[in-house]
Design a binder for this molecule. Structure first.
Ligand SMILES: Cc1ncc(C[n+]2csc(CCOP(=O)(O)OP(=O)(O)O)c2C)c(N)n1
Length: 321
């Protein structure tokens, strides 16, 4: 039973929009409108949706190769983001960054495809916020694979030593491409590593949007209140392969089927809304259809937009001498 039915409906709508956004991206792969390895967050929507309400415009968020949902959570314009992913001239970065490198100074959102590197970039924001004396928070979102890089440990240590407003959110989907987290981690959880740096640390079920929302609230209170860094681990499931085209042979067909059947944050939230009497089957269906058709219209608009012209090849490029 949920404490706030309206909030849960909002979470559900946001997750629906996120799912449909990612499904729209999938359409651009076989048509070759999207190049490179496309990574989607399908199955991981509850993490971004639970985080979104706590983010202020002035906060900075630095994401990874799997960044679309975090961009939406930060308030990046949906059309500009989709246009960037579809490599259009009117995209967030003129279509030059593509799906791996969306960058939006207006919402202080950025991403890097170098595993582990979102943390030092966010640390820089956190240091700047501390120097300015503002209460803004720097958020780094990473995957479990990034927690075994040196940057993870160096940054948590520095953030704790200097009491910086850094929140590290780990989407632990159990795999770094084909490498199982449990095979390469000395600790069963990532959150328990926070103690080594005297940071706030917590593990949460990342398929439960309400639990993520609550835990994010506590983490933001801690960090914004001057308590130093926080490490929030959200366990979740990646439904697609690592990237579109990944054969995903490291997981059995049965495991993939089970994950979708048992751990879909949208289905789980729908059931909670029904149980709480907050929505009927018919209302849920209407919400799904509204979100789907809104995203289809968005995709059509993006597809009608021009590609960058070859004459603009050097626009936005910087040459050092
Ligand atoms: C420094 C670096 N090494 C290797 C890669 C190749 N690579 C891309 S994604 C990835 C796995 C990342 O796994 P994880 O951090 O768990 O994130 P997930 O893909 O599960 O979201 C790797 C090794 C890279 N991009 N950067």
């Amino acid at each position: 039973m949920t404490a706030n039915k309206h909030a849960l409906i909002d979470h559900f709508r946001m997750m629906l929009d996120m799912r449909h956004f990612e499904e729209a991206c999938l359409e651009g792969v076989p048509t070759r409108e999207i190049h490179g390895e496309l990574h989607t967050g399908i199955g991981q929507e509850a993490v971004a949706a639970g985080l979104a309400p706590w983010l202020r415009r002035e906060d900075a968020l630095v994401s990874t190769h799997r960044n679309h949902l975090h961009a939406l959570a930060k308030g990046v314009d949906r059309e500009k983001l989709l246009a960037e992913i579809f490599e259009r001239e009117n995209g967030l970065c003129g279509g030059r960054g593509g799906h791996m490198h969306p960058f939006d100074p207006a919402t202080r959102f950025s991403a890097t495809g170098i595993v582990g590197s979102s943390i030092p970039v966010a640390l820089g924001f956190a240091y700047g916020f501390k120097m300015e004396g503002v209460s803004d928070v720097a958020v780094a979102v990473i995957g479990d694979g990034a927690t075994n890089t040196g940057a993870f440990h160096e940054c948590l240590n520095m953030a704790a030593a200097w009491n910086l407003p850094l929140l590290v959110i780990v989407e632990n989907n159990s795999y770094a491409i084909s490498v199982r987290f449990s095979d390469v981690s000395a600790t069963p959880t990532i959150a328990e590593r926070a103690a080594a740096y005297r940071a706030w640390g917590r593990c949460v079920d990342g398929t439960d949007v309400e639990e993520v929302w609550k835990a994010c609230g506590e983490a933001f209170d801690h960090v914004r209140g001057g308590g130093g860094p926080a490490l929030l681990e959200a366990s979740c499931f990646r439904f697609q392969g690592h990237y579109e085209g990944d054969h995903d042979t490291y997981r059995s067909r049965a495991e993939r089927k089970r994950i979708r059947a048992e751990h879909d944050p949208l289905t789980l939230t729908e059931q909670r809304l029904l149980d709480a009497g907050a929505a009927t089957q018919e209302e849920l269906k209407r919400m799904r259809e509204a979100s789907r058709s809104e995203t289809a219209a968005l995709l059509a608009t993006v597809r009608a937009a021009p590609m960058p012209d070859a004459s603009g090849l050097h626009r936005y490029s910087f040459v050092g001498v």
